[in-house]
Design a protein around this ligand. Structure first.
Ligand SMILES: Cc1cc2nc3c(=O)[nH]c(=O)nc-3n(C[C@H](O)[C@H](O)[C@H](O)COP(=O)(O)OP(=O)(O)OC[C@H]3O[C@@H](n4cnc5c(N)ncnc54)[C@H](O)[C@@H]3O)c2cc1C
Length: 97
């Protein structure tokens, strides 16, 4: 069985707030092929554990928990045709000769 290969312009390792923000901004800047690789089963990184309020005041002008705040960016990401793989841990990176 053949393996389906797809090429990307940017591959981001880690789907925490930094990775999500980088992917969304890259897309806004016109980069088309973007992939996020996340080792956990869900995107969001440490924000998923920050269950107290206080996130989102600056960007959304409302108080959100960490998971709620992450969800806003995850939904934006999903609406932007950005690819992501969860349950996918990057163990090594090699360079083509
Ligand atoms: C206990 C705790 C409480 C915090 N509370 C607050 C708070 O109240 N308010 C606040 O502003 N900040 C808080 N922070 C800080 C905040 O969580 C971080 O600043 C923020 O999460 C950093 O975002 P990040 O995307 O760089 O990293 P992370 O959120 O850590 O995301 C990194 C992601 O990369 C993935 N990853 C890592 N290595 C690999 C790999 N090899 N392959 C694939 N995926 C990989 C991880 O699974 C993770 O999802 C807290 C941090 C901790 C640890």
């Amino acid at each position: 069985m053949g393996v389906l290969m797809k090429e990307y312009d940017i591959i981001i390792i880690g789907g925490g707030p930094a990775g999500l923000a980088a992917a969304i901004e890259a897309k806004k800047q016109g980069i088309k092929g973007i992939l996020i690789l996340e080792r956990e089963q869900e995107l969001g990184g440490i924000l998923k554990q920050c269950i107290h309020n206080g996130f989102g005041l600056r960007i959304f002008n409302e108080e959100l928990t960490g998971p709620e705040y992450a969800e806003r960016f995850i939904n934006e990401l999903k609406s932007m045709d950005i690819d992501y793989l969860t349950g996918t841990m990057v163990l090594t990176i090699t360079k083509d000769k």
